[in-house]
Design a protein around this ligand. Structure first.
Ligand SMILES: Cc1cc2nc3c(=O)[nH]c(=O)nc-3n(C[C@H](O)[C@H](O)[C@H](O)COP(=O)(O)OP(=O)(O)OC[C@H]3O[C@@H](n4cnc5c(N)ncnc54)[C@H](O)[C@@H]3O)c2cc1C
Length: 442
């Protein structure tokens, strides 16, 4: 390709730009906000929330940016392994998984290092501006219409056009791809939605030597509490750069955490011991940041009969699921790997990218299946129910109970939670038999 254009320069756009630098003479990343090389710019509103990087996301981060873990650790990130990574369900600590590794770093820190790597690629050029429409011709997208940033990001000033062999939509949840397709006479991809009404709040604490053997602690409600956040306080904390803890609390409907520090600390004390300890011993730094996440949603491009060539979508534009399961960064990385596999297989960029969308649908299905099965356990979430939901619910409950007691079952469970394996791996006879044995002898 002569030129590929990526719309959106956040995490999914950066991964896509890295992949495209192997296939195009020039890659232009068009980003509406001034993100700042150090990651302190405005950007996506959720960037200041705690972001956990799942193990598969970490693997693909290293795949596309070799040596970046060492760079992040040298800059103050922590790398947690085995018992330093603690998962609790209904207040009980799950059996440790020796092989599990998780990176302790804030999202702006990870993203700033990724951005630096992408900026250093000779094929890649960053353009500060907002995309307003796609340009179509000969049954394909042939470029983009955009306005250069002028400090008023939501008003459309004079616009310019940029030709491209391939355009990547990485504009996140705010993407207007469907509207742009409709306007040009194409069908818009059907959207699947699940209303979850989730509230999130993140606080930052000074980190000392209070918990030297903890990098990640994560607490979620499980079968014993009927998955009720009101009975088993969900939360997580991660040791991040600059000697800080990031702590997140979550809740649904009117149990959403707020900005009041006293209330936040009280909720931390109702959560698992590491969060309780940080609340008691560490100083709160700055304000508490809240976020409301009304619904999970995905665009099903593979259900369309017609789609223009020269166009793909990655990241939250394609699928954005309940952030409690920490899948977004990993999905963006996996989709970039799908794009790479698609282009390496010799795809013609001007043709409809069906094969890319089919590959991406496999990872999105996996993430969706996992989060939807868990979300449907909440009384206020009323569908849509996937086929086989009742059996999936029963099996997940049993596996969750067994994973508290047995490292082998927990390993299988964590492989799926961390997207190293497809959820169907949990229905393997060896896993089910082991879980049954563990539960029979407890
Ligand atoms: C509260 C919360 C907590 C989360 N926690 C986790 C977690 O723990 N782990 C995890 O893996 N994921 C988490 N996620 C999900 C994660 O934040 C997203 O999946 C991820 O940000 C998706 O990246 P993206 O690049 O697709 O979109 P975004 O990060 O939203 O970026 C989209 C970019 O496109 C730009 N843009 C938009 N419109 C235009 C335009 N017209 N022209 C040019 N540029 C444009 C925006 O400025 C922005 O920079 C969380 C999400 C939320 C809401």
């Amino acid at each position: 390709m002569k030129r590929a254009v990526v719309l959106g320069g956040s995490i999914a756009g950066l991964y896509a730009a890295r992949v495209l630098s192997d296939h195009a003479d020039e890659v232009v990343v068009l980003e509406a906000d001034d993100l700042g090389e150090d990651g302190t710019g405005r950007g996506a509103p959720q960037r200041q929330q705690l972001h956990a990087l799942l193990s598969m996301g970490h693997t693909h981060l290293e795949r596309w940016f070799p040596g970046i873990t060492g760079e992040l650790v040298a800059g103050g990130a922590r790398l947690g392994t085995g018992p330093e990574v603690q998962f609790y369900v209904d207040g009980a600590l799950k059996a440790p998984v020796p092989e599990l590794r998780m990176l302790g770093a804030s999202r702006p820190f990870i993203e700033s290092r990724v951005r630096r790597r992408v900026m250093a690629l000779p094929q890649v050029r960053f353009l500060h501006g907002r995309a307003h429409d796609l340009l179509f011709g000969d049954g394909r997208v042939r470029g983009v219409r955009y306005s250069a940033a002028d400090g008023t990001p939501d008003t459309e000033g004079p616009t310019s056009e940029l030709d491209a062999d391939l355009v990547v939509d990485a504009m996140g949840r705010a993407s207007r791809l469907g509207t742009w397709l409709l306007r040009a006479g194409w069908e818009q991809p059907p959207q699947r939605r699940m209303r979850i009404d989730l509230g999130y709040a993140t606080a930052v604490f000074r980190r000392g030597d209070e918990l030297p053997d903890t990098v990640v602690a994560h607490a979620s409600p499980g079968p014993a509490s009927g998955y009720q956040p009101t009975l088993s306080e969900p939360g997580a904390m991660v040791a991040v750069e600059d000697d800080r803890w990031m702590v997140v609390l979550a809740g649904y409907t009117d149990h959403r955490p707020g900005r009041d520090p006293a209330d936040f600390l009280a909720r931390m004390r109702r959560c698992v011991p590491p969060l309780h300890e940080v609340a008691d011993r560490c100083a709160l730094l700055g304000d508490i940041q809240t976020f409301h996440f009304p619904e999970s949603r995905r665009r099903d491009v593979t259900r369309l009969r017609r789609f223009p060539g020269g166009l793909v979508a990655v990241g939250d534009s394609l699928a954005s699921v309940n952030p409690i399961y920490g899948q977004g960064l990993t999905l963006a990385a996996l989709q970039a790997s799908c794009l790479s596999a698609y282009l390496r297989a010799g795809a013609a960029p001007h043709a409809p990218a069906w094969d890319y969308f089919r590959r991406a649908a496999v990872v999105v299905d996996a993430a969706w299946q996992l989060s939807a099965t868990a979300d449907l356990a909440q009384p206020h979430v009323n569908g849509p129910y996937p086929r086989g939901y009742r059996f999936a619910r029963w099996a997940v409950d049993k596996l969750t109970e067994a994973s508290v007691l047995d490292s082998g079952v927990n390993q299988a469970f964590m492989d799926v939670v961390h997207m190293r394996r497809h959820p169907k791996a949990l229905t393997r006879p060896q896993v089910l038999a082991r879980a049954a044995r563990v539960l029979a002898t407890r």
